[in-house]
Design a protein around this ligand. Sequence first.
Ligand code: BDP
Length: 725
Amino acid sequence: MNRSRSGVGPRLLIAGLAVLFACLGAGRAHAEDGHDLWLRYHALAAAPAGIDTRQAVQLVAGQGSPTAKAASGELVRGLGGLLGKTPELSGTVSRDGALIIGTPASSPVVAGLHLDTRELGREGYLIKSVVVNGHPATAIVGNDDIGVLYGSFRFLRLLQTGHPATGLDLRDRPQVKLRVLDHWDNLDGSVERGYAGASIWDWWKLPGYLDPRYTDYARANASIGINGTVLNNVNADPLVLTPAYLKKVAALAGVFRPWGIRVYLSARFSAPIEIGGLKTADPLDPAVRQWWRDKADEIYRVIPDFGGFLVKANSEGQPGPQDYHRTHADGANMLADALAPHGGIVMWRAFVYSEHDLDDRTKQAYNEFKPLDGAFRDNVLLQVKNGPLDFQPREPFSPLFGAMPKTPLMMEFQITKEYLGFATHLVYLGPLWEEVLRADTYAKGKGSTVAKVVDGQLDGHTLTGMAGVANIGTDRDWSGSVFDQANWYAFGRLAWDPTQSARAIADDWARMTFTPDDAVAKPIVGMMMASREAAVDYMTPLGLAHLMGAGHHYGPAPWDDSLPRADWNPVYYHRADKNGIGFDRTRKGSDAVDQYAPPVAAEFNSLKSTPDAYLLWFHHLPWDYRMRSGRTLWDELVMHYSHGVDEVKQMRATWKSLDGRIDAQRYAQTAAFLAIQQNEAQWWRDASIAYWQSLNHLPLPAGYAPPAHTLDYYKSLSFPYAPGH
Ligand code: BDP
């Protein structure tokens, strides 16, 4: 024993070190744990056309700002990884394949190209193959350094996804002005609806310690065009507005600034009372108004480019102007007036529904806000969730889109998967968001899509925005799983251009995150594109919604009627009994349909024209209702549930077929998560079917397996420690 320790041990150690160095030499210093996101920059199998890797690429960069340095730094890092050779910084082009980056003002070489940059705006860029001093080269040009940074990321994306570096001539600029992540992060480090660990903001160590993660966070966001971040939960703690916290916020703002990202804060409406010592937070009270003006002045003294406030008011118990019999506009305008001298904006949330209002919950936001169209200051955006309810696997678009032409409506999507299986279900949200953005509001006739409302085209707004509730935490992979990174990625890409296709975005993401090899990327995209419909099917098919476990929203609980407010309970939403199922929102029911423009209202009001996907959202139907397919509603429901489970099985099989083609750690994690997803999809199907059968007593269609357990078993399950709650 002793001998082996002193003899074999060192040899093993040397062998181990040799393996380690071999790995380092191959550019694999650490296992792939997902931390690098889509910015992996692993060596390409072959040099892209237009780049000669026998020599280092010349990088001719303009002088300048921290943002310009971020751009050239990213290219050095990216090209160094992808091509295996660090670019050489150079003042002139003297070699084929050079990269020229900068603005006409910062770089004489760029100025000498005489490119037309008029249409690019501040954040846009162009990437063009040019010839300089007789050498073919690529120019990445913007009017401002931030455009150059975005263009640099775009160029790297081209290489990462297997494009050649020749014949380039592309121009791009964001279609939406504010592209913002909303962190529902609390000052104690917890994250509301967070499934990826704790908050990445280490408030305790700020401002003294700036975790390098903050820079990587900013890089990742800049790579997809995100230009704002709300640091704290909409259920806001007023302490974030105190001087001690503002210093911490200022430190983060300093890290993000070179990457084109501004910070915003969620403001608690009653802060003047809680931290200001006032007796009221009435928005028309002069002392309150002065308090907010002073607060804004104080914030801008430490953060000169502070973005503004996000506010959740008179919603789910949060304080707001209605506590003083004032309107939402009174509240928003008071804050807007305080921020306006500094160029700040207010994102006022439309997510309201009252426990005293007995009307259909999905109608309440519209009822509240539609009459206020035109009553808001110019620097207020109304932030509207994509659907009228609450981030369900599927909802029709919110009827507010198209209904408030005088108010900029900001889209709010939820990237974190509160209602979609948390981090362990593979659900790519691109198709959900695409479905909403492409929906036609008919507000100004055919073609008045939600995307055109959001990007300002429809009503001529220039202040426009899209917000995504972040899925980011301290997990090594940031998002709780590798595939959840795709949702962060897709959000940024759609905020930049709401007309992009979910499939094209998935394709880029898969190639950057795994490999540009078709044999791997294509099956992955296939899984992603099928995944959202699968989740709809195994959770809430045919327009059902909000049937998740109460509070934590984990797993099925369609039977639940235990919460104090009717509209927090699943039974409120499905209205099932022995005769039928569904929520009648037609003119014979709650008449939610008439909140839409007439052609849409007519479509949803009529059973004939309502798409199956929204059937039980708008109609209450007998179990034996004949579907378009000829099957009964009941049979069709069972079929959808089962299909959802089958899709997950298919996703697992696809993933298994990629074994050996994906690095071990990410492969294994995804395989394990898919197994969890399959079990939970089966649980959703079985528990739902068991419950519906307890009401309708109908047999299953032939060939469909009965639930594995009794309804009592499913009802007995409890999850007091489900995350995120
Ligand atoms: C609901 C969440 C809750 C949020 C709320 C909101 O369950 O945690 O506070 O939305 O958006 O979906 O304000």
